[in-house]
Every structure is written in C-alpha cells, then in structure tokens.
Write a protein that binds this ligand. Structure first.
Ligand code: R5P
Length: 290
C-alpha cells in the first residue's frame, strides 16, 4: 500500500460498523473521536489524540443530514492537525440524486456538498454514487468504488438464478452482478410519478420457478422494488430477493418490502438489512492509492 505503516482510520458516527471492518481489512488503527451535543443541539467534535504525520482515512456516510454536518466538523478538526494526508471516504453520498438542475433555479445539491468536502481533503472515495457526474464536481481526485461484488457474494451464497433491474438506470448494476455471478439479467421500465409513487411497465420475463434478485443502488421508500416484486410474483418466480447497496428504508419501506422473501443491503448505511460489507472493495481501492 502506498501509505506505508502510517495509515489510520477516523470514523464518523454514521459509519462505525464499516470502519471497524475496514480497520481489520487494512490492519489500520481507529483514531478516537469525541462527539456530543450542546443543549441547543449543535454538534461538538474533537479528535483528542495527535495525528501529526499520519495518513488518515476519514469515513462517514452523509445520511441523515446531521451526519453531513458531522463530516464537515471532523474535516475541520483535522485540517490543521499536521496530518500527512486526508482521504475522505463517503460510503453513501447523500444528495447524489440531485446531480443536475432538473428545473431552472434548483440547487445542484451534490455539487454543493462536493465543494465543501474537498476544501480539506486530498482525495475522496465514494461507493456506487448515484451518477458518476457527481465525481466531476470535485476538482481533485474522486474515485467511485463498486460495491456490487459484495452483493454478488451474498446472492451466490444464497442461490440466485437471475438478476432483475427495477428500472433502466439500474440495468448497469444488474449487468455487473449478473456477469460476476454468470447468471442472466433483465430490466424493467419505470416511470416516477412523485417521491412515493412509481409505475412499472409489465413485461414478459423468463422467471417461472426461478429465484430472482432485484438489484438497485438505493432503496428509499421501497416503492420501486415492491413494484418489480409484484411483476415477478405474478409471472411465477419461486422466490424474490431485494438487494441494494444503500438501504435508506424510509417512510413505510419495511411494510412495502414485505412482498420480498429476503432483503439485503450493504453496510454503507447501517441497518438490520446490512448483511454484507463493502469493506473488501474499499480496502482494495485504498491499497491502490499512493
Ligand atoms: C433512483 O434513481 C434510484 O436508483 C432508486 O431507484 C430510487 O432511489 C428508489 O427509490 P424508492 O425506493 O423510493 O422507490
């Protein structure tokens, strides 16, 4: 690894389980962080022990909103610590879906985040950022790491015959996982009506008697996934698994996802569905940095 022996990991509170896994993968120590809140809810952040001369990996998913603020505070705490370098790892890059101006006058939210993050970072790593366009908002080095091999490990261990993308945008994910597993993949077409409502076109799929995994980058309300699952069940799939990298599971998602036999997410966002870690993929990417 290009960092020699001096690599240390600092975890924000959104990414502790993944940071511990990565610490083990890279044999890099975790640095202590003190976090608390003032009476008015403002955050207090301190890195109490010196990190002078160290190469640091700061790991923090930026969901929900206060975790984004915590990341900024941690970066500031480190900014004049005398560290050798700072690599910021954002396993779930929130606001990645607002990656352009869909209507005149909108904020390009992912650009706003990128502009602040890069002030105190030598480089940035993300995991399956919603659109690679987001990487172009960083003036310096920004690398997106695919967590899809982690999902393919889980599906292989649990016997999946076929991959399905719930919309055209996710077809690249179904292809990657399908190719890794050497099983066929297909995709559906979806129209989003609003945050809570999607319409998925019915399409003839060759799924009778098969164990099928529906794969996407993000599960938010679960509407996209549930709509695909209903089509698969109507067409005779034997079992249906929902798989995503980033499991937000908001606003009734658990209820909507009851149509699935199993739900799997990675540890970019920690939840009861985080059944597989992207630490091996991130570790490999970190080893490739100089
Ligand atoms: C959107 O483009 C993403 O890839 C997901 O399909 C979307 O975020 C899923 O949202 P929901 O679970 O609310 O349908």
């Amino acid at each position: 690894m290009g960092f020699g022996d001096s690599l240390k990991i600092i975890s924000g509170s959104a990414s502790l389980p993944l940071s511990r896994q990565l610490s083990a993968e890279l044999s890099a120590d975790l640095v202590e962080v003190e976090l608390s809140e003032f009476a008015d809810g403002e955050l207090y952040v301190r890195v109490p022990n010196g990190v002078e001369g160290e190469n640091l990996l700061l790991i923090q998913s930026t969901y929900p909103n206060d975790k984004l603020l915590e990341l900024f505070m941690l970066q500031d705490a480190l900014s004049d610590s005398g560290m050798r370098s700072l690599t910021v790892v954002i396993p779930y890059f929130a606001y990645g879906r607002q990656d352009k101006r869909f209507s005149e006058g909108e904020a390009i939210s992912s650009r706003a985040v990128a502009r602040r993050v890069e002030v105190d970072a030598a480089r940035v790593l993300t995991v399956d950022v919603h659109d690679k366009r987001v990487l172009s908002y960083f003036a310096g080095t920004a690398i997106d790491v695919s967590g899809m091999p982690a999902l393919s490990r889980y599906f292989s261990e649990n016997g999946v015959d076929m991959l399905l993308a719930p919309d055209e945008n996710a077809s690249r994910h179904a292809k990657v996982v399908g190719d890794l597993m050497k099983v066929p993949w297909d995709f559906l077409k979806k129209e989003r009506i609003d945050s809570w409502t999607v319409e998925t076109e019915e399409k003839a799929l060759d799924v009778k008697g098969l164990d099928v995994a529906v794969v996407d980058d993000v599960i938010s309300t679960g509407g996209t996934m549930a709509s695909a699952a209903r089509i698969l069940s109507r067409q005779g799939a034997r079992s249906v698994v929902a798989g995503c990298i980033h499991g937000l599971f908001v606003g009734g998602a658990e209820e909507r996802l009851k149509v699935f036999d199993d739900i799997v997410a990675t540890d970019t966002i920690s939840s009861s569905h985080s059944k597989v870690s992207v630490a091996p993929e991130l570790a490999e990417a970190v080893r490739g940095l100089s």
